[in-house]
Design a protein around this ligand. Structure first.
Ligand code: KG4
Ligand code: ZN
Length: 352
C-alpha cells in the first residue's frame, strides 16, 4: 500500500486563526480560534487581528496536531493561505508556515483563500456516519462564493480551473449583512445575528429596493444606503422603531439579500446550462439561504451542494484540502513566497 499523505493547513487571512490536519483528504482535526476583540469596535481592526494571530497560532497548531493524533514529523507538507486578505494577518500565517516547513524539512504549498472556500466541498470525514452521504460535486459546477470580502459566481471546471462569471462591483454579501446589522446597533459580525432574529420575523414586512446590475455581477452598496435612510427616517418618527421591529427588519433585509444572490445564480445556471450548484464562504452558513437553495432542487432540477457548517466560515481544513490537491500535482512554493493582500482567483503569481 502506498504511503498516506498528511497535510497541515494554516489559515490567517482575516480574524480567525485556524490549523487543520488532513490525511489523504480526510479530516483529522480542524481548530479555529475566533477573535472576540473586534466586537468592541464593530468590525475587524487589522492591527489587532495580526496581534491576535501571533498569540493564537502556536497553541492552535499544537492543538490541531494533538487532536489529529499525529506527531509533527509525520506531516508531509504545509499549506497556508497566501491571500487575499489583510496583509498583517496573512504575514503571521505565512511566516509561521515558512519557518515550520523549513524546520521540518518539508514542502510549502501556497493556497488562494477563495479557491479554498470552493474546494471545501471536497473535504471528507475520517469517520463517515451513515447520515453523511459525502457526495461531492462533479465538474463542471457553479459555485456561489459569498463571504465578508467577496461575492462571486464561479464556473468550476476542475480543481484549479475556475472562471469568475460575475462578482460584486462594491460591497460583498457578508458586508451587506454586517453593515446593515451595524446600522441596527447589532455587534460584529452581524450576519449570524440577522440570521437568528430573522427566524422570528416576517420577511415581507418591509421592502427594500434591489439593484439593477447587468450580467452576473452584484452590487450591495445602494442597498446599504437605502437601508440606512429607511432606519433613520423611521427612527426619527419612532425612536424605538428598531427595538420594536427587530425581527421583521432582520427577516426583510435577509430576504432581500438572498433574493439578489439567488436571482443571479439562477440566471448563471440557465446561461451555462449547469445544474450542479454549490455555495461556499461565510454567508453560506445562513440558514435561510441554505433552506431556499434546497427548495430550488425540485423546482429547477438542481443538484445542490452545501458545505458542512464548520467549513463555511474561515477554516484551515479548506486550505489543507486545496493544499492536498496541489501536493498531488507537485505544485509547491519556495521559501521566497510572500503573502498577497489581493490575489485573483485566476492569477498565477510569481513567488515574490
Ligand atoms: O468566509 P468568512 O468567514 O470570512 C471571509 O473570508 O470574509 O465570512 C465571514 C462573513 C461575515 O460577513 C459574516 O457576517 C458572514 O460571513 N456570516 C453570515 C452567517 N455566518 C457568517 N452571514 C449571514 N448569515 C450567517 N449565518
Ligand atoms: Zn473566507
Amino acid at each position: 500500500m502506498s504511503k498516506s499523505t498528511i497535510i497541515l493547513g494554516i489559515e490567517s487571512s482575516c480574524d480567525d486563526t485556524s490549523a487543520a490536519v488532513l490525511k489523504d483528504g480526510k479530516i483529522l482535526a480542524n481548530i479555529v480560534a475566533n477573535q472576540s476583540i473586534h466586537k468592541l469596535y464593530g468590525g475587524v481592526v487589522p492591527e489587532l487581528a495580526s496581534r491576535a494571530h501571533q498569540q493564537n497560532i502556536i497553541p492552535v497548531v499544537d492543538l490541531a496536531i494533538k487532536q489529529a493524533g499525529i506527531s509533527k514529523n509525520e506531516i508531509d507538507a504545509i499549506a497556508f493561505t497566501r491571500g487575499p486578505g489583510l496583509m498583517g494577518s496573512l504575514l503571521v500565517g505565512t511566516s509561521f508556515s515558512k519557518a515550520f516547513a523549513l524546520g521540518l524539512g518539508i514542502p510549502l504549498i501556497e493556497v488562494n483563500h477563495m479557491q479554498g472556500h470552493i474546494l471545501a466541498h471536497f473535504i471528507t470525514s475520517s469517520q463517515p456516519s451513515p447520515k453523511d452521504k459525502e457526495i461531492v460535486p462533479s465538474f463542471p459546477f457553479l459555485c456561489l462564493t459569498v463571504s465578508g470580502g467577496h461575492t462571486q459566481i464561479v464556473l468550476v471546471n476542475d480543481f484549479f480551473d475556475m472562471k469568475i462569471l460575475g462578482e460584486t462591483i462594491d460591497d460583498a454579501a457578508g458586508e451587506a449583512f454586517d453593515k446593515t446589522a451595524k446600522i441596527m446597533g447589532l455587534p460584529y459580525p452581524g450576519g449570524p445575528l440577522i440570521d437568528k432574529y430573522a427566524k422570528e420575523g416576517n420577511p415581507k414586512a418591509f421592502k427594500f429596493t434591489k439593484p439593477q446590475i447587468p450580467d452576473f455581477n452584484f452590487s450591495f452598496s445602494g442597498l446599504k444606503t437605502g437601508f440606512m435612510n429607511f432606519i433613520n427616517n423611521e427612527t426619527a418618527k419612532n425612536p424605538n422603531f428598531v427595538a420594536e421591529n427587530r425581527n421583521d427588519i432582520c427577516a426583510s433585509i435577509q430576504a432581500t439579500i438572498i433574493d439578489i444572490l439567488l436571482s443571479k445564480l439562477k440566471a448563471a445556471a440557465k446561461h451555462t446550462n449547469i445544474n450542479q450548484i454549490a455555495i461556499a464562504g461565510g454567508v453560506s452558513a445562513n440558514s435561510k439561504l441554505r433552506h431556499k437553495l434546497n427548495s430550488l432542487k425540485e423546482e429547477l432540477d438542481w443538484q445542490v451542494f452545501i458545505p458542512k457548517f464548520e467549513y463555511c466560515t474561515d477554516n484551515a481544513a479548506m486550505i489543507a484540502i486545496t493544499g492536498y490537491y496541489k501536493f498531488l500535482k507537485n505544485d509547491f512554493s519556495n521559501q521566497a513566497v510572500v503573502p498577497l493582500a489581493r490575489y485573483d482567483l485566476n492569477s498565477k503569481p510569481n513567488e515574490f
